[in-house]
Design a protein around this ligand. Structure first.
Ligand SMILES: [Zn+2]
Ligand SMILES: [Zn+2]
Length: 143
């Protein structure tokens, strides 16, 4: 996938979801502008020109976006990606390329059905599940 220009208002750009704070919109747009997961300090770096200087501002916006289900944290990389599903979902699974570090969110319905059934059978009250599937992405698998 081609990388959009940062801050571009080119057609086809995704619109920020409704109900976000000003800082949440800035962070959301920063994540939407690139394909790769971004760490908090990389987001801060890109927002300096727009007057965001405090790391806490970025962390708070990230927390808010995550709570609303618009972004996900990739724990293994300590980085964030936009959610590509509609609305929050408790089972989150990602394909993480070990070669080029791209992350793709897996369509979760089948994974969710399996995990939910097993969790329910164990009589466990699940709040969320995050699965990072490591391997080679379709670009890197081609040799
Ligand atoms: Zn998602
Ligand atoms: Zn790759």
């Amino acid at each position: 996938m081609a990388r959009d220009e940062v801050g571009a208002s080119a057609s086809g750009e995704r619109e920020a979801p409704a109900g976000l704070s000003k800082n949440e919109i800035l962070v959301w747009r920063t994540l939407a502008a690139g394909d790769d997961p971004l760490k908090a300090y990389e987001i801060l770096d890109q927002l300096k020109d727009q007057g965001v200087r405090a790391p806490m501002t970025v962390y708070r916006a990230l927390d808010g976006l995550e709570a609303k289900g618009h972004i996900h944290k990739i724990d293994g990389m300590n980085a964030f990606v936009l959610c590509n599903h509609e609305g929050p979902h408790v089972v989150q699974s990602f394909l993480v390329c070990e070669k080029c570090s791209t992350v793709e969110e897996l369509d979760v319905l089948a994974v969710e059905a399996g995990i939910m059934a097993a969790v329910r059978a164990a009589n466990f009250d699940m709040s969320n599940a995050r699965l990072e599937i490591k391997g080679d992405c379709r670009n890197c698998a081609v040799s």
